[in-house]
Structure formats: C-alpha cells, structure tokens
Design a protein around this ligand. Structure first.
Ligand SMILES: [Zn+2]
Length: 311
C-alpha cells in the first residue's frame, strides 16, 4: 500500500474568502477515494497527519522567525509576503500539520513502504528566516535534515518539478553538498529574483510537452549519476499544466504523466526510497489540477507495487 498523509485541516483552516484554491486538498482526497472505489487494485492508504514539533522547525528555521509565526508576532508585511491572510491559530495548526504530514511520509518511506507522500506540502518558497509564496516552513528541508540526523542518510536529491523555482530550498542548501537541489521551472515566472540551485532548468513561456520532457530527460541523469542519491524527494507540483492560472507553460495532463514516469524511472534505477510532496496547482476551474495531482499519487502507487518486490 502507498501511504499518503492527509488531514481535513489542509482545507478547513484557510478562509473561504481567500483567493487561494483551498478546496483542492479536499477534492484531491475525494478524487483518490473515488479512484480506489473504481479500482480495488489501487493500493493507497490514507494516514492522518499529526502536527510537527517546534524542534523539527528549528532544524532549518531561525528561532526568531519560528516563534514570531507560532505566536502571532509577525508584521503585516511578513504575513502579506506569505500570502495567506489573516493569521489565525487555526492557520498555525494547519501549517504544523502539513509539515508533520511530510515528516510522517518521509519516516514511513524510510521505515517501511519505500514510497510515500503527503497530500499537501512541497513548500519550497520558505527560507530559513522568512516565508513567501504560500509557504511558511520548508518541509522538504526539514525532512532532509531529519533523514540525515535520525536515519543516517547521506545524500538526498530534491527533484522540484513545480513550475515555480524552489528558491527557499536552493537558499537553505546553498554550499551543502549532501543535498542536491534540482529545479525545472518557468524562466519568466515567480520568483522573479531566483536563487541558485545545484541544477536550474529554465523554460520559456508556453513550453510544450515534448520540449519539457526532452529537457528533463537530458538534465536528470546528468544531475543524479554523479550524486548517487540515497533518498529522493519529488516536489510534484502540477502547475506546469496549460490550464494553470499561475503556470505560463503549456503542458497537458499527459505531459505531466510522462514527467512523473520519468522521475519514477530514476527512482527505480537508484532503488531508493522516494517521498512525494504535492506542490502547486491553480487551474480555474480547479478540477484540471485535481485530476493531475491524483494522477501523481496513482502513478506512485503503481511504482510502489512494481518495485516493492525488490525492496
Ligand atoms: Zn508552484
């Protein structure tokens, strides 16, 4: 079974008046449940997320930033930069629960299932000392530090396929040779001031499936072979989709499937555990994003069943 972390607070703690498509978490969860009902061979198990602890956050983030967020002491400008307003205790609980869901997925992947995911997260715009772009704490970075400290993992590759550059992740791991930061994203999209990842693949607006896949196919092995990952994190954002309102690329649902398969082929080659972080998806109507997010988890479940024999 593929374990996926999920909690209804992912949706419920965001104001219904927010412009952010809060319902996509609930809808992706419903879509996965519907697919399981239709296909009893679809081996997915939903596990409830628990909140991360303050100490988990401190593995990556500055204490002053963590405490300002937890205790509602951020300035208006800091809250605006994150993009979720207003600050509420429920929103703090949501943030901790999403981070905790990612940590739980990482632990489950390492301890038992080899493949696991969180039905949220991939909050790659969070820096050590501030949040931005809908990201408060960097769950990818926190999971990497826990994997290194508690599980003795030496080399972690973060494959970030969200259409927006993983700037926070790049900044946190700058100069750290134990974590490979790989980001394939739109050149002319947020963040407009980009950080330097170990590998940045920048794509022009309106890039199509074939161009995207060709770029990824060329870049991924070049990055992974010299690095020899022991653990892979896949930030599987679905915002490169043509229908996405924040994406600016022209990928189809089939193109995203090909992308996922390509990443999973590399996971199988390295025979290492993989954690899937949901990432962005902002189609309007949201249904196009929901289908693509559910595809990622369905394909991960198939990967889990094909590789589990070897694990
Ligand atoms: Zn994004």
């Amino acid at each position: 079974m593929l374990p996926i972390s999920y909690h209804e607070i992912y949706t419920s703690a965001i104001s219904p008046h927010a412009r952010f498509p809060r319902d996509r978490y609930r809808l992706v969860h419903e879509e996965i449940q519907a697919r399981i009902k239709e296909n009893p061979d679809l081996a997915i198990r939903i596990q409830p997320s628990n909140p991360a602890a303050r100490d988990d956050l401190l593995l990556v983030h500055d204490e002053s930033y963590v405490d300002a967020f937890l205790h509602g002491r951020m300035t208006d400008a800091e809250i605006r930069r994150i993009g979720f307003r207003p600050w509420t205790p429920e929103f703090v609980e949501r943030t901790l629960t999403i981070t905790g869901g990612s940590i739980q997925a990482m632990r489950t992947a390492l301890e038992e299932s080899r493949v696991a995911g969180n039905l949220a997260g991939g909050t790659h715009h969070a820096f050590a000392d501030h949040g931005e772009g809908f990201c408060v704490f960097n769950d990818l970075a926190i999971c990497a530090r826990i994997a290194q400290r508690e599980y003795g993992i030496r080399r972690i590759a973060i494959i970030d396929c969200d259409v927006h550059q993983g700037n926070g992740t790049a900044s946190i791991f700058a100069g750290d040779s134990t974590v490979l930061t790989f980001s394939i994203h739109g050149a002319r999209n947020y963040p407009f001031r980009k950080e330097k990842s170990d590998v940045d693949i920048e794509l022009p607006n309106n890039t199509d499936d074939d161009t995207y896949i060709a770029s990824l196919k060329q870049a991924l092995p070049r990055a992974l072979y010299p690095f020899e990952p022991e653990l892979i994190f896949f930030q599987a954002g679905c915002d490169p989709l043509k229908e996405d309102t924040l994406g600016k690329l022209d990928l189809t649902r089939n193109g995203l499937d090909r992308r996922n398969q390509l990443v999973f082929q590399h996971v199988a080659y390295w025979n290492c555990p993989v954690v899937i972080f949901m990432g962005g998806g902002y189609a309007d109507p949201i249904q196009a994003s929901v289908a693509c997010h559910a595809d990622v988890f369905e394909e991960a479940a198939a990967l889990r069943s094909t590789v589990s024999g070897g694990y």
